[in-house]
Write a protein that binds this ligand. Structure first.
Ligand code: AMP
Ligand code: MG
Length: 419
């Protein structure tokens, strides 16, 4: 294969190191957007991506209506005059309309959500009036239009309420419901096959032999994938033998839209996974200028994208967030997705190294002065999963910094995207 046609070729990077941004760009360039569309019940549509623009054929709300319980009045008639006495000529409940037009000196008792009577332009809330028989008196000035919801103020008839490519969260489910949708067209759900590697990695339910560790990566990956709305195909722990690895990889590629492994991709390691990957697919082993997560394999098994994530439990989660998440988002129909970032004030010195991005686990909060501040969770070893448990963000220290001082502004990636 010539170098120019294989952008995964590690030899194409003479320095041997790729930046995070370059890696994401190379990966996304290989990923196509979805074409398969299906209809799903609105109640089942969370975490799916809209496949079509949603145009409303009617105004939401349909009619100008009251935002409060009170009295519908025509403030245009008595603007700027304090103390009004008006005659109550009717009552209107939500779902109904007042039959008639408000005349000079008249008011209609109205409930929240009821259509504004003809001739009325404002609402005086119930608490602001004194009622005596069919007369009401109030002394507050009335601003024309107060407590009135205009027809179409949420969604105008004929407008695009939600665009294709929009991720469906509870609020989108609500908006689609307000359009009367029972079903929506979404891109197909993705299936992702995962497996762990390493002879020292032991499944739960087994006794833990000396010098071994329980498999954590399949569980963090499963949780991350489920939160993204993917179906998970769990292939378990694959023994370190080239034959079983090749078999698993070929099978996974036909079952899943993406295959993710963890472990066995470090440089200079004689893990069978590398040989198996090279036999079954087209894979490059990268060294990414980041910590944690320097070794990363990416490529394809047939037409199925493959990620070989590092083995260390924190590195798995960090590389998932930086590389796998944007890839899955594009495959789900959100091509321009990016992690949310904010700046916060560092509360301590944080060591880093020039030339690579460090992702420290951090805790951000608002201090007594109302500022967003962040500190690390302490020890940052890439096997210390407790750091992820304590954290609510990653602190992203860019390549150009060798150290962050207390008081400096740093970028943070809040876990609220997913975790
Ligand atoms: P490797 O990339 O295979 O050299 O693994 C790097 C480190 O991560 C080693 O200490 C492994 O024991 C550990 N590791 C690899 N896979 C897992 C896993 N599934 N669960 C927990 N730790 C793992
Ligand atoms: Mg290993």
């Amino acid at each position: 294969m010539s170098r120019s046609t294989n952008c995964f070729d590690p030899i194409a990077n003479p320095g041997g190191m790729l930046s995070v941004a370059e890696s994401v760009e190379r990966i996304l360039a290989k990923i196509t957007q979805p074409t398969q569309i299906e209809m799903v019940a609105l109640s089942q549509a969370q975490n799916r991506v809209l496949a079509q623009d949603q145009v409303s054929s009617f105004n939401v709300p349909q009619h100008t209506n009251s935002a409060m319980d009170g009295y519908a009045v025509c403030a245009g008639q008595f603007a700027h005059q304090a103390s009004q006495t008006l005659k109550v000529v009717g009552q209107v409940f939500a779902g109904n309309a007042f039959n008639g037009t408000l005349a000079q000196g008249e008011a209609v008792e109205i409930m929240t959500g009821a259509a504004l009577p003809d001739g009325a332009d404002s609402i005086v809330i119930r608490e602001a009036v004194q009622r005596d028989g069919d007369l009401i008196t109030f002394s507050d000035t009335v601003n024309i239009g107060q407590h009135v919801r205009q027809k179409g103020e949420d969604i105008k008839a004929g407008s695009v309420a939600l665009s294709a490519g929009c991720l469906i969260r509870p609020q989108e489910q609500g908006l689609l419901a307000s359009l009367g949708k029972q079903q929506v067209a979404v891109f197909e759900q993705l299936s992702v096959a995962i497996f762990s590697t390493g002879d020292e990695v032991v499944a739960q339910g087994q006794p833990l032999p000396e010098n071994c560790i329980y498999d954590t990566n399949r569980f963090t990956l499963t949780g991350l994938l489920q939160r993204m709305g993917c179906r998970v195909i769990d292939l378990g722990i694959i023994e370190d033998s080239q034959a079983s690895m090749e078999q698993v990889l070929s099978r996974a590629a036909t079952q899943a839209d993406m295959v993710i492994s963890s472990g066995g991709v470090s440089m200079g390691r004689a893990d069978y996974i590398k040989q198996a990957l090279e036999a079954v697919g087209e894979i490059a082993f990268w060294r990414v200028a980041m910590r944690p997560g320097r070794p990363l394999a990416f490529g394809s098994l047939g037409s199925t994208p493959f990620f070989g994530l590092p083995g260390n439990p924190v590195a798995v989660m960090v590389t998932f967030l930086q590389f796998v998440q944007p890839t899955l988002r594009k495959m789900m129909g959100q091509p321009d997705w990016q992690p949310h970032k904010m700046t916060a004030i560092a509360q301590e010195t944080i060591k880093s190294r020039e030339g690579r991005i460090d992702y420290s686990r951090g805790v951000y909060r608002i201090n007594d002065q109302g500022e967003l501040v962040v500190q690390t969770t302490g020890a940052q070893g890439s096997g210390i999963l407790t750091s992820m448990v304590q954290a609510n963000c990653l602190i992203e220290i860019k390549e150009q910094y060798s150290q962050i001082e207390a008081g400096d502004r740093v970028l943070i990636q809040p876990f609220s995207d997913l975790l």
